[in-house]
Design a protein around this ligand. Structure first.
Ligand code: HEC
Length: 147
């Protein structure tokens, strides 16, 4: 278990109970050097950038395939196609920055149930994520923070 994960689990639960591995540090606030404040937005960024790898599809790339940081998560055409026939393949991953077309509840439903605003399943290759509600809220908080 990495140190980063330990820190996250402490903050997310807000208790010392889940931090069995850190009992050494006790639950003393004076040990605050160990416990950093991680906001939902920070956690959302971690889930988007390190777990869901959303940028792989949703972020445009510049020369050499390097992400264009000025257009982070601004939507992109997919640089690959299905190798077998797919009835409903989407070849463009829309912009996520700002999440302008979604209310919070619509975006949370999409991330927890894998369904669009209209109740249809998302087309591949968008993964039908099943985030829990807390994680979905964190992803939404992070995406809303992007311009
Ligand atoms: C493998 C490529 C891929 C990855 C990885 C991916 N997406 Fe997508 N995403 C798509 C595609 C393609 C669509 C369009 C699907 C459709 O039109 O039905 C889409 C659609 C969406 C939509 C709906 C956007 C709209 O305007 O309709 C949201 C929201 C979304 N993705 C969020 C995410 C998030 C958050 C992550 C990471 C946790 C992620 N996606 C990871 C490919 C991907």
């Amino acid at each position: 278990m990495t140190e980063t994960f330990d820190r996250l689990s402490i903050i997310v639960t807000g208790t010392c109970l889940s931090a069995a591995g850190l009992l050494l540090a006790g639950c003393d606030a004076s040990q605050a050097g160990v416990v950093e404040r991680i906001t939902p937005q920070d956690r959302g960024r971690y889930l988007v950038e390190r777990v869901g790898m959303c940028a792989d599809c949703h972020s445009p790339r510049g020369p050499g395939g390097v992400f264009d940081q000025d257009r982070w998560l601004h939507g992109a055409p997919l640089g690959f196609a299905a190798t077998v026939p797919m009835p409903a393949w989407a070849d463009y991953a829309p912009a996520l920055a700002g999440l302008n077309n979604y209310t919070d509840e619509q975006a949370i439903a999409l991330l927890t149930e894998g369904k669009t605003i209209h109740g249809q399943p998302l087309r591949p290759p968008m993964p039908p994520y099943r985030f829990n509600r807390e994680d979905a809220e964190a992803v939404v908080a992070y995406l809303r923070s992007l311009k």
